[in-house]
Design a protein around this ligand. Structure first.
Ligand code: AHG
Ligand code: MN
Ligand code: MN
Length: 325
């Protein structure tokens, strides 16, 4: 039996028909971006665009191109009212907001520092809805997401998504580009002995994170009584994909160097969608003090501490935060 196509899956799993159109547009954008990434070196599109985005970060040429692809591919989707992109300072309104219209939040290219070195990058997205009174507020909590997912551009191109019940992974047929269900019901095992953190920031860490990593590094001779492995790709999409595949825990905590900004990763289009995916797969996603999806957003590009992955391990890190509070 051949695997379900993306459309067959979405239809069989009772996705709102207009949401099916939007997800298919996102899948088309992902196919185009995968092709841009793959041919980046031939087309002279690797490297910096010498532009600074709203985050104060230097944009890569492909960051901008991927953003343009998302905008062009999704803009005519029925009931899509607004776009919130990492690469665009202001909210882009496509229509007068009406109740239940869709709001699309996206990181067009995640892990773009990995482009020049030919490692996996991705795109992250979340969908929320305009409130019943039709106001133009886009700052809803992650709990209001009706769909979240990412595309990963690695050895194969995949689309992984959820509407909150289960997480489904689709692989693009390398010849036709069609996404087919290859990873049904992805789950995060509750326990793990693998962590992901950028240890070059160790001198900035706060006590709970420093203690947690020290305990992991101490391995079977330390308080955890077992040895841990470490992976850090510098692409959140790739790290989360590994965790959805074999478990693990990912930390980009607030530290003394980034806490003024709130952390590093962005709430609306990085932390929230990954939190929804991880929780839907049985894992947990926390700031250290509470669930990411319960954070009340104050600004579209707000940053937040991120600790997500295997449930029991996130609980240990939350306990360390509580101990030090
Ligand atoms: P982006 O490329 O969209 O700016 O995101 C990069 C993020 C995330 O993907 C990754 O986990 C993290 O930044 C890497 O940070 P370091 O450079 O500190 O390792
Ligand atoms: Mn990113
Ligand atoms: Mn990005």
């Amino acid at each position: 039996m051949t695997a379900l196509t993306l459309r067959q899956y979405l239809t069989q799993h009772a996705f709102d028909p207009d949401l099916v159109f939007l997800i298919e547009d996102i899948a088309s954008a992902a196919r185009s971006i995968a092709s841009l990434v793959r041919s980046g070196a031939f087309d002279g599109n690797l490297g910096s665009a010498d532009e600074i985005n709203v985050q104060g970060e230097t944009q890569k040429t492909l960051d901008i191109m991927a953003n343009d692809v998302f905008e062009a591919t999704c803009a005519n989707s029925p009931r899509l009212a607004a776009l919130v992109s990492e690469e665009v300072e202001d909210v882009t309104w496509l229509k007068e907001p009406e109740a239940d219209d869709f709001l699309l939040y996206f990181d067009p290219l995640d892990g773009s520092s990995n482009l020049d070195v030919n490692l996996s990058v991705g795109s992250i997205f979340a969908v929320m809805q305009v409130r019943a009174d039709g106001d133009d507020n886009v700052l809803h909590k992650g709990r209001n997401q009706i769909c979240a997912g990412y595309a990963i551009y690695g050895p194969s191109t995949m689309l992984v998504l959820t509407k909150g019940d289960e997480v489904a992974g689709f692989t693009a047929d390398p010849v036709t580009g069609e996404f087919r269900l290859t990873h049904p019901a992805m789950t995060v095992p509750p326990e793990t002995s693998e962590y992901a953190i950028n240890t070059s920031r160790a001198r900035h860490w706060h006590a709970p994170v420093a203690r947690y990593i020290a305990d992991c590094v101490a391995g079977k001779d330390g308080p955890r009584g077992r040895s841990f492995n470490m992976r850090w790709t510098a692409s959140m999409v790739a790290d989360v994909h590994r965790i959805l595949t074999r478990g693990g825990v990912f930390l980009y905590p607030a530290d003394s160097n980034n806490e003024k900004a709130g952390g590093k990763l962005r709430l609306m289009y990085e932390a929230n969608p990954m939190a929804m995916l991880i929780e839907s797969a049985g894992g947990a996603a926390s700031t250290g003090l509470g669930d990411i999806q319960d954070v009340t957003p104050q600004a579209p590009h707000q940053r937040v501490p991120v600790i997500l992955g295997s449930r029991d391990e996130v609980a240990v890190i939350e306990k360390y935060h509580a101990d030090h509070a």
